[in-house]
Design a protein around this ligand. Structure first.
Ligand code: GLC
Length: 720
């Protein structure tokens, strides 16, 4: 391959702008094409990158046009949204986050990378690192939940899993951290709405996972569609050029989101495509996804002196360097040339099953309704998601075939062959005019009469979650609530327990359902192995261990409710009217961050913090003794929080500093030891620079952010 300098010197302006253009292949083939026939554009070198093309044969055919028919033979970069699996679909990211196991986070990315690269994909538009505290926002499903520390850990694990240490490997994918940044803070949880947050919150919360992704060597970053306090991220010089590239040292490629450069005109910061293209390039956006702004408008911007050839060359260089790091020049057909062995695929399905089972969160379990007793002979399996394989993947299922997902019905029938499982949907997922809803409901209700236990599968469809899926009423979608109430009423009259399996891409605000059902299992969207995983938990084959990575609201009016809130000058006091509170609702979430029940509960005690006096050169060791008094093996997850009671700026009431797991057999005791580097305990001072403040630091350890369950201790931070 000629050196990048040599290539650059040979390239025409059109060929340079082609390397800065990413077109959706499927869009070009089936819809109004961006560049005339994309095939011809690739031959001419005026499209250098594609998205949404996958399958070894199709990818190699497109690659052949570039490397054998174009003038400079520059290979294509092919990207796809491999978010939580390629064909084997793992639980949605929010669900997987709730396993709180970075090794699993890395492993599922690694396996998805193997599967996708085997079909020619070289870049994934993942990990999605948008911290989110607003369940109205549909994309909360795609990210790390409410906490920035979890976002940092997820970023490190996912970049490692996608990219490995050798990006040129045939099974490595370039990762693209998105959406930079604070997309999760959209106004009122409404998709694509403006973002207005303080600089402190931006640095303390939303930038944190991206800093970790850059430190982990992420190859690409995608700016968010949204603005930040009036400046669209796609044109944000201060955050893209000065912070991401300057302060964080990001050397990779910035790829715009879909059509986002052209949308600078909708934001009102560009009067035409030429201005939009110039703004984006000057901010540091290298690749124009689907606006066709760079190819069609940068020549005019260049003529008018809005951009320089040096800026164009710098962007082209970064794209060519990424292609070189991926090994695309060395062997453009490397990805997609070696089909995976059947054993790899079966092993991956087994992994998907385990990960799905570990992601399920048992929210409530009255009188140990679960696991199902061996004596259970007849089950009524009801609800629109009981036999709905097409919904189990959730949003962003890449090349996954939804029809191949295991439904709850299939999983239970396989796991409980001796049980009679009577099934009826009872109600449609979403209101369907013209259907005889009453007859369907009556037929379902009758199945309760002969059942020992009623299992009710409710929740969102896959399209009610993810991008462009904000919901002002993040509750059970109509018409499910009336049906659920009828089932619960019938069951109560019969004296039979109702177990709800709740599918969603967000914490649904259903306090009445939690109150009335005997057990509620949050399944999120578990992926290809949904039914098998749910059956493992319901049958008791495995104790549930998943935890919720977001606080679960009691009411929409509480949103945003999260554990990292700053203190009030009038902290809640039930005996004082004039304190922070609602007249009509508790301040606390229905379930705290980290909540999740098992089939038994561990006891925790004897918190030890070492050293008692900590300097910035030290590492805090947190030890806690754990005991499993029950008869089943339990996987316990514990969190370490801190609070700085006095500082030059107010500090969050709880700051997550670490988490860890310990698995204990029946009756076993053990000690969980976590280490927190002292530098992690610095906070951002008034100038937003890290500050070390000698004085008392409170330390809390527990199974969730619920304060009543936290062990408390304190240490002294010393100057040195
Ligand atoms: C979408 C999403 C982004 C995705 C891109 C390509 O609009 O915002 O997350 O990677 O377009 O599909």
């Amino acid at each position: 391959m000629p050196s990048i300098d040599t290539l650059l010197a040979q390239m025409t302006l059109a060929e340079k702008l082609g390397q800065l253009t990413m077109t959706a292949a499927g869009y070009a083939v089936t819809g109004p094409v961006v560049a005339g026939d994309t095939t011809q554009a690739i031959r001419e070198g005026s499209v250098g990158n594609l998205l949404n093309l996958f399958g070894a044969e199709a990818v190699h055919a497109a690659q052949r046009l570039a490397v054998e028919e174009s003038r400079l033979k520059i290979p294509l970069l092919l990207g796809l949204d491999v978010i939580h699996g390629y064909r084997t679909i793992f639980p949605v990211p929010l669900a997987e986050t709730g396993i709180f196991d970075p090794q699993v986070w890395a492993l599922t990315a690694r396996e998805a990378a193997r599967e996708a690269s085997a079909e020619g994909v070289a870049l994934t538009f993942a990990p999605m690192l948008d911290v989110a505290r607003d369940p109205r926002w549909g994309r909360i499903v795609e990210g790390p939940g409410e906490d920035p520390y979890v976002g940092r850990c997820l970023a490190q694990a996912k970049v490692r899993g996608w990219q490995t240490a050798r990006l040129e490997s045939a099974d490595a994918l370039a990762a693209c951290a998105k959406h930079f940044c604070a997309y999760g803070a959209v106004t009122a949880g409404r998709e694509y709405a403006p973002v207005d947050i303080s600089a402190r919150t931006l640095h303390e919360v939303y930038l944190q996972p991206f800093a970790a992704a850059v430190a982990a060597g992420v190859a690409a970053v995608m700016p968010a569609f949204t603005d930040m306090d009036g400046t669209p991220m796609t044109a944000h010089v201060a955050l893209l050029r000065d912070h991401l590239r300057g302060r964080l040292g990001f050397r990779g490629v910035i790829i715009s989101d879909y059509h986002a450069i052209a949308e600078l005109m909708n934001h009102g910061v560009a009067s035409d495509l030429t201005e939009a293209a110039a703004l984006a390039l000057r901010a540091g956006v290298d690749v124009d996804m689907m606006s066709d702004a760079y190819r069609t408008a940068l020549p005019e911007a260049l003529d008018h002196g809005l951009v320089t050839m040096a800026q164009i060359d710098a962007a082209v260089r970064r794209v060519l360097e990424l292609k070189e790091r991926l090994g695309l020049f060395a062997d453009p057909y490397r990805r997609g040339s070696t089909p995976e062995r059947a054993a790899a695929l079966s092993g991956r399905r087994a992994l998907a099953r385990t990960v799905a089972a570990r992601s399920l969160v048992l929210l409530s379990n009255v009188r140990q309704t679960l696991p199902l007793a061996p004596s259970v002979r007849t089950l009524a399996l009801l609800g629109p998601l009981a036999d709905a394989p097409a919904q189990m993947h959730g949003p962003w299922s890449a090349a996954g075939d939804p029809s191949k997902a295991v439904s709850v019905l299939a999983g239970l029938r396989e796991r409980l062959p001796q049980a009679h499982i009577a099934h009826a949907a009872g109600v449609a997922l979403r209101t369907q005019p013209g259907t005889d809803a009453l007859a369907a409901q009556q037929a379902a209700l009758q199945l309760c009469d002969a059942a020992d236990v009623i299992i009710l599968c409710l929740g969102e469809s896959a399209t009610q979650s993810g991008e462009a899926a904000s919901r002002a009423h993040p509750e059970l979608p109509e018409p499910q609530r009336p049906f659920a109430e009828a089932v619960v009423a019938r069951a109560r009259a019969l004296g039979k327990p109702v177990v709800v399996v709740l599918f969603s891409g967000r914490p649904l605000v259903v306090p009445w359902l939690i109150e009335q059902a005997q057990a509620v299992l949050a399944a999120w969207f578990p992926g290809s192995e949904a039914g098998h995983a749910i059956a493992e938990i319901l049958s008791g084959e495995r104790s549930p261990s998943g935890r919720t990575p977001v606080s679960w609201p009691r009411a929409v009016g509480q949103i945003p409710v999260f554990f990292g809130e700053r203190p009030s000058g009038r902290p809640y006091n039930p005996r004082d009217f004039y304190t922070t509170k609602y007249l009509d609702e508790s301040n606390d979430p229905l379930f705290a961050f980290g909540h999740g029940l098992g089939y038994g509960e561990c006891a925790r005690g004897n918190l030890q913090l070492t050293p008692a006096q900590l300097t910035q050169a030290d590492t805090l060791e947190v030890r806690v003794e754990v005991h499993n008094p029950g008869e089943r093996t339990l996987e316990e997850t514990l969190f370490v929080f801190t609070h700085l009671p006095v500082a030059s700026v107010t500090q969050p009431r709880l700051t997550l500093q670490g988490f860890g797991k310990i698995t204990l057999g029946a009756g076993e005791r053990g000690t969980l030891t976590l280490h927190v580097p002292a530098t992690q305990l610095r906070f951002l001072g008034p100038d937003l620079e890290p500050l070390w403040r000698p004085g008392t630091l409170q330390v809390f350890v527990g199974p969730s952010a619920e304060r009543s369950r936290l062990l408390c201790g304190s240490i002294e931070l010393r100057a040195s």
